[in-house]
Design a binder for this molecule. Sequence first.
Ligand code: NOJ
Length: 568
Amino acid sequence: MTDFKWWQTALFYQIYPRSFADGNGDGIGDFPGITAKLDYLKDLGVEALWLSPHFPSPNWDCGYDISDYCNVAPEYGTLADFETFLREAHARQLRVILDLVLNHTSDEHAWFLESKSSRDNPKADWYVWVDTPPNNWQSCFDGDAWTYVPERNQYYYHYFMKQQPDLNWHNPAVKQAMWDAVRFWLDLGVDGFRLDAIGTIYEDPQLTPHTVPMNLAQLRHFSDTARTPSEKQQRDRYWHDMFKHQWGRPELHDLMKELRTILDEYDGDRMLVGEDDNIDYMGYGDDELHLVFNFPLMRTEQLSPAHIRKNQKNRLARLDELPTRGWGCNTLGNHDSSRIYSHYGNGQHDAELARLNAALVLTLRGTPFLYNGEEIGMQDLIITDPGKLRDTMATWYHTALIHDLHIDPVEAARRAGEMSRDKNRTPMQWGPLANGGFCPEGVEPWLPVHPNHLEGINIREQQDNPDSLLHYYKRLIRTRKSTPALLTGEYQPLHTQSNDYIAFLRTCPTQTVLVILNYSPDHRNLKFSGTGKKTARGLFSSAGRSQNDQPLGKISLGAFEVFIAELI
Ligand code: NOJ
């Protein structure tokens, strides 16, 4: 255990500041609100917090369009509120990492305002400027990737919304300015960063056009209507081909090395986790990113044993190839994706599947990340009134559907609501109270609270109910923390032919642990041989079976049961 760093064994919890807890009663989450909930988080058992952006922002992309990298958005509080939060978190041994958006700033950032003001100002070259659009590149959020600015009679490039101009990372002054911001937060004591959209930082210098026979709106429309396997394959190919010249450049390695060097100057094992699944960005294993997310695990409609096994086989083999062995990072959801409950449910056994999937992330080898609200089984809330959508990616698509693609307005509203990330960003449900206890009665929260907060999907009632999902998470997290093999052990798949359940060993020098996740409604008796052990001593069972011993030759497993046992 001693050879492992804190970021390898910690359970990370993502806080979406706007939706977490409203301390001042304005319908928007804030730092006083978060600070007041730190005891809840400590009690849950998480050990590190990732904050989605908390910086000043015009909020065209919910904070991912930053207008000042060294401050706190006024709606979230002051820098002093942030410092109080950080101090209080650290006092509870909770680490804190921030969201660092390197690819782009807000178009209201002082750097961009200066850059766009003329062709010869000191920051003229801080963004990516061209005289005429050189190609058909698309922004992945709002159509054309090139936007005109009359002051310069030129166009700038943006991979995301036009309010998010891409920085020119070939300019050393840009690096310097951003590294200053990085140091600002490291000096305050933050423990690291989640790096937003790093793959998009550099583009193909040849500016090669894409060859997909449609634009972004048409591609989204095509994706919505793809039904057959071949249409779905075509859809995936088109998405890849449309953007492949706009991300994934090798220049990124040097940039990540530079950033890593800065972090390594600080004490306390500060860390970097990249919002990318490319293991290459871990460099040699100790010179670029500490972690990248295992997004391929999430990218499936159903988490089947076969999918999980294949994913683990590929990822772990690739991590093992790094000269200093890499470490995995597993998650099933975040502020950009559907809620676990909604995404991986099958309409029949959603509750059971939510429990299995929680156990999956907490028992696989690698650092687990949990998105706020998953611990009580929050679900997607589809907003059907387009006027209430806050995710501008969805409002843009809604307009394009109606005006460019001439889709019926009711259908357009449904599709925009479904693709909108608002559905998984709704306020935390703290109790069976007005506004779910997120903000006071009579105040309109920035996004509607899911009405199911009145049906038991809330923290207060689940805290009082030992059978709740919240208690289940707490027990699982406690089991994980007190079981060295689950924290650090090797992963070895067992019974690899089964379509119904997944079984694997986690082994460290002091312990061998068996994990079985039964994804089927069938009860079964399983026989495990060749482990060199005879008995499974129960550590955890979702079926509430007592911590008894079972012979490895006959392990009994209930429907949808999660069973974790130490082998002796
Ligand atoms: C990835 C973030 O997770 C997402 O929410 C954001 O819209 C884009 N990057 C742009 O910053």
